[in-house]
Design a binder for this molecule. Structure first.
Ligand code: F6R
Length: 633
């Protein structure tokens, strides 16, 4: 997390840095700061809280300089206070650094620096970096080495990054070298942008796209030196690398609410289009059961599927919930044993190696550190094994230019478009669609599904966009009214079974993260094994009750909750004959076959959490303590 930017060129840096940070604020908003260099001085200004606070502080403040760096923070080490905000300067104020990531060995480095007379003014891990850089430059000066290097600053940064452990991306500037900035990447994203006589670097392309489409993503272990004349790239060993930018396609991202009160609500409303985009991209529009052609076109290589015996999925948060739905589909439709792992757990306790195993990494941002490191670990431990054990890696993501897609063999683009609201909504829907397509593709190829059944599912999928539209049109007002009743509620329970259990988890997560109300998702049948003790009249229960294999069971589980005085909210079709008798409130969704029902049942969950949070007057799009892209482990 954290967003970092750098600029060197001909324009006033501060404005460009602020614009860039605005595009990266989704990565963290605990504090923000910028530093520029001009006339032998580093000018640094920082503010606690969101970027607007920094902008307010900048009003009427002279911030000269055409070279600068900036940062928007998601706090890891040290409270989100102004003194911990980046950029961090060395004690002589000659070097400034912004960092995204964590320097894991900062304690040892800090102690060693202290012994050498250095004093620290923050609780951050980053503050060691400018102090190490200046120390290194001083040593090079003392030993007469400065003249041996075309860029002494690059050499000093190179020596310093070799001492750092952890996952990080940094950008460094120095008063003694006012015509350059140095950027380095180790397991945290960093992209260089090539303009005309001006160069940029940033944690993500949206900060660069308003200026140029020519970009170069740095790889792990690479350093870039940006000067007004161009960009030089070398590795951490100091070898020069020949690298060329490529042109990004697509428009720069329009970050507009289009009349919606919040991005989250806009993104909830974009879900019918997301489903349509996925169907359009991956399902043959003309296909019928009579055809011998392949209905699902994911463009994945045949080797990925050959003799497939097992699937391991790694993901976090909402992507983990989408993966649980994916597991259900892959097992029930394609008959492939599938395990879903929290990516943060996988790396340190991986399952025993099995042959012919596909690993799928699911991440909307494509930058989640836990997911990336689980995949890297898997790739490494399988790399020198017999062919059946070699890694097969598939990504499911919304960001086809992310670190994920460079790590895996191939990826499914979920076609969701950029999501600004920190709480994932449309990207979850898009991940579900990717899993439906993948499971149907595998089922077709492995002949575990009949053409008629496949046609039935495809036909039903085609109705989903208009069904979502009808839920949004019919339900929003009702949900908003219902939300009024719950703005003071302290605990919520969500229950579902089978393919809707992950939707109960997702409903609870959405509520927790944006309304700060404690919520739990349970398999409905599990309530009686303990959690039912939590229930009383103050704890509402949302029960996802869709016709299908577990319908009667969920109705019984809901009755059990009602008998404990819980206020019961049913997410269920209006045709449910038990609805009036069992539920206190209804959030109706259209009839749909159980297998596809998560695509509809998640909508009332999203609306409910949105309206409860909005009613409580909370910052729905940027909830406290969270960030959109979690790039630390
Ligand atoms: C919840 C949410 C997070 C993310 C999680 C993984 O609304 O957004 O739980 O789902 O941090 O993020 P990605 O999908 O980018 O790997």
């Amino acid at each position: 997390m954290c967003g970092i930017v750098g600029y060197i060129g001909t324009q006033q840096a501060s404005e460009i840095l602020i614009e860039g940070l605005r595009c990266l604020e989704y990565r963290g908003y605990d504090s923000a700061g910028i530093a520029t260099v001009s006339e032998g001085e580093i000018h640094c200004i920082r503010a606690k809280g969101k970027l607007n606070n920094l902008q307010d502080k900048l009003m009427g403040h002279e911030m000269p300089g055409i070279v600068g760096i900036g940062h928007t923070r998601w706090a890891t080490h040290g409270k989100p206070e102004e003194h911990n905000a980046h950029p961090h300067l060395d004690m002589t104020r000659r070097v400034a650094v912004v960092q995204n990531g964590i320097v894991e060995n900062y304690r040892e480095l800090r102690e060693a620096l202290k012994e050498r007379g250095c004093t620290f003014v923050t609780e951050t891990d980053t503050e060691v970096i400018p102090n190490l850089v200046i120390e290194c430059l001083n040593q090079m000066k003392a030993t007469g080495e400065l003249s041996q290097h075309p860029s002494p600053l690059t050499e000093a940064v190179r020596r310093v990054v070799n001492q750092l452990e952890g996952a990080f991306a940094i950008v460094v500037l120095c008063v003694d070298y006012p015509d350059e900035i140095v950027a380095a990447r180790q397991q945290a994203p960093l992209v260089i942008g090539f303009g005309l006589g001006e160069f940029f670097c940033a944690s993500d392309t949206p900060a660069i796209l308003p200026h140029t489409r020519a970009v170069l993503p740095l790889e792990n272990g690479e350093l870039a030196t940006l000067t007004p004349l161009g960009v030089e790239v070398c590795n951490f060993a100091g070898q020069r690398l020949r690298k060329h930018p490529h042109l990004l396609s697509g428009a720069s991202i329009a970050v507009e609410k289009h009349g919606f009160r919040h991005f989250m609500l806009k993104e909830i409303y974009e879900q019918p289009s997301v489903v349509r985009a996925c169907l359009e991209a991956y399902i043959d529009r003309e296909w019928t059961a009579k055809e011998t052609t392949h209905p699902v076109q994911l463009g994945l290589p045949a080797e990925l599927y050959a003799d497939l015996q097992q699937i391991q999925i790694v993901a976090c948060g909402t992507s983990w919930h989408a993966s649980l739905v994916g597991k259900h589909l892959l097992e029930q439709l394609a008959g492939i044993p599938t395990q879903v792992h929290y990516a943060s757990e996988y790396r340190y306790a991986p399952p025993p190696l099995t042959p012919n195993t596909l690993m799928i990494g699911v991440t909307q941002s494509g930058e989640t550190a836990d997911t990336l490191s689980a995949i890297s670990m898997e790739k490494e431990r399988r790399s020198n094994l017999a062919p059946a054990f070699r890694p097969r890696l598939l990504g499911i993501t919304n960001r086809m230019q992310s670190t994920l897609t460079r790590l895996v063999d191939c990826a499914i683009d979920t076609h969701a478009g950029i999501e600004i609201g920190v709480a994932a909504t449309k990207t979850f829907m898009a991940q579900l669609m990717a899993f439906y397509c993948l499971a149907l593709d595998l089922a077709y190829q492995r002949k575990t599904i009949s053409p008629d059944r496949l046609q039935e599912i495809i036909t039903a999928l085609r109705h989903v966009p208009s069904q979502i539209e009808s839920v949004l049109a019919d339900q929003e007002q009702r949900v908003e009214e219902l939300a009024h009743d719950f703005s003071e509620t302290q605990d919520f329970i969500f229950v579902g079974r089978g393919i809707n259990f992950p939707i109960a988890l997702e409903g609870a997560l959405k509520l927790k993260e944006i309304s700060y109300i404690h919520a739990e998702g349970y398999p409905a049948g599990e309530m009686k094994h303990g959690p039912i003790a939590l229930l009383d009249a103050k704890v509402p229960v949302v029960a996802i009750t869709m016709p299908g294999a577990v319908y009667e069971k969920v109705i019984s589980n809901a009755q059990e909750a009602k008998a404990r005085d819980a206020r019961l909210i049913g997410v269920t079709p209006p045709t449910n004959p038990h609805a009036a008798e069992v539920f206190d409130d209804l959030l109706p969704v259209p009839e749909i076959e159980e297998l596809l029902s998560p695509l509809l049942t998640v909508i009332p969950m999203q609306l409910l959490s949105y309206h409860i949070a909005a009613r409580r007057g909370l910052d729905v799009d940027q909830p406290r303590n969270l960030a959109k892209s979690v790039t630390v482990e």
